[in-house]
Write a protein that binds this ligand. Structure first.
Ligand SMILES: CC(C)(COP(=O)(O)OP(=O)(O)OC[C@H]1O[C@@H](n2cnc3c(N)ncnc32)[C@H](O)[C@@H]1OP(=O)(O)O)[C@@H](O)C(=O)NCCC(=O)NCCS
Length: 332
């Protein structure tokens, strides 16, 4: 058996830069109420959401990703050519093949980066981050771009009162690169496919009949998902803290998936996060943007000064699959 050279990667990886793109159109609850029997008060009190952004025809999955990535690359202070990997997490890119990641990599001018899409719902950012860290430590890329991007407005049934108000569009991106010390903790992740029916596309593409069916949309069993998120995800978040060897007292920032502010409140309580921990509440003005929600919330906290570079943050994503991923990171 031939003896192979060991791969030579960086000792550790860290997030070096973050960028976000929110579509120009801001959609208040009043617009949602045109199609469902509900109220602004009900939506705000049950979900925390006041407004969300919806993309126009020009704000495609690729275009929003390129905007967010450009900012992340500038924030990281590197050149696009140094990027060796582009990972795009999305469930709302309508062309099955090729991966949208290759188009994004090309338009960004990256140096023939390995480029691929992943489908991990609202845990997509954590899945991408974990892969990126592995690539950097293993030595197959020096810098990796991780993008979470969605146009969920395309997959929302505006007449479904259980989901019409929840979803939004946008892109968030981070550049991950080498580090001399640990700055992305061990990931606690997994799937519960026995609950795959709780969040799903209404009709598979190959069974969709445009003459009889509504355009496929995301449907969910709201209460079941809510209970799972509240009870199970707090445990996963605690496991990520344990795996990183820290306690809630050591945290500066908590960036959970922006699905529903009541889920966020419940996790804060269960985890007994101290007062000094800044909690992302981007859901209020961004809605649930699935894979984009964590990097968008991260970018906003840093931009507003609510969080600062070097802060220790717990991030946790969870959603369709059901899937989840939690880790502790040092903010860029
Ligand atoms: C969707 C969600 C906000 C609904 O809130 P909820 O408190 O669970 O609401 P329920 O479905 O139990 O409905 C409660 C009542 O409000 C009513 N209701 C449902 N949707 C409504 C709406 N849009 N407007 C007004 N009333 C509504 C229901 O008919 C029900 O009325 P009833 O008590 O008279 O039967 C909540 O379940 C949720 O956020 N779930 C998780 C969503 C999520 O995170 N998904 C993505 C994970 S990635």
């Amino acid at each position: 058996m031939a003896k192979l050279k060991p791969s030579k990667g960086a000792p550790y990886a860290r997030i070096l830069g973050v960028g976000g793109y929110r579509p120009t159109r801001v959609v208040p609850n009043e617009v949602i109420l045109e199609k469902i029997d509900s109220s602004d008060e009900w939506i705000r009190s049950r979900s925390g959401i006041q407004t969300r952004h919806w993309a126009n025809d020009e704000e495609t999955v690729a275009a929003m990703s390129i905007e967010a990535s450009g900012k992340a690359i500038a924030d990281a202070g590197i050149a696009a050519e140094q990027i060796g990997g582009v990972i795009v997490s999305t469930v709302s890119h309508f062309k099955q093949t090729p991966a949208v990641a290759t188009e994004i990599a090309d338009k960004l001018g990256t140096n023939k980066a390995a480029a691929f899409d992943i489908s991990a719902g609202c845990a997509g950012f954590g899945y991408g981050l974990t892969l990126a860290k592995g690539m950097i430590v293993e030595g197959s890329a020096e810098y990796v771009l991780v993008i979470g991007v969605e146009r969920l407005s395309d997959l929302t049934d505006l007449e479904d009162r259980a989901t019409a108000f929840l979803f939004g569009d946008g892109a968030g991106a981070v550049v991950v690169g080498p580090s001399q010390e640990p700055a992305i903790g061990p990931t606690v992740w997994g799937s519960e496919g026995d609950k795959s029916e709780t969040i799903k596309q209404t009709v598979p593409w190959n069974e969709y009949d445009s003459s009889t069916d509504k355009f496929p949309a995301i449907t969910q069993e709201g209460q079941a998902v809510f209970r799972w998120a509240v009870f199970e995800m707090a445990k996963v978040a605690q496991q990520a803290l344990d795996a990183a060897g820290i306690t809630p007292d050591d945290l500066d920032v908590f960036i959970p998936h922006q699905a529903n502010e009541r889920i966020i409140d419940s996790m804060v309580k269960t985890l007994k996060l101290p007062e000094h921990v800044t909690v992302a509440r981007d859901v209020r003005t961004t809605g649930n943007t699935s894979a984009a929600s964590i990097p968008l919330a991260m970018e906003r906290l840093l931009a507003t000064g609510e969080a600062k570079s070097g802060d220790t943050a717990l991030v946790i994503g969870f959603g369709a699959g059901l899937v989840y991923a939690a880790t502790v990171v040092t903010l860029p």
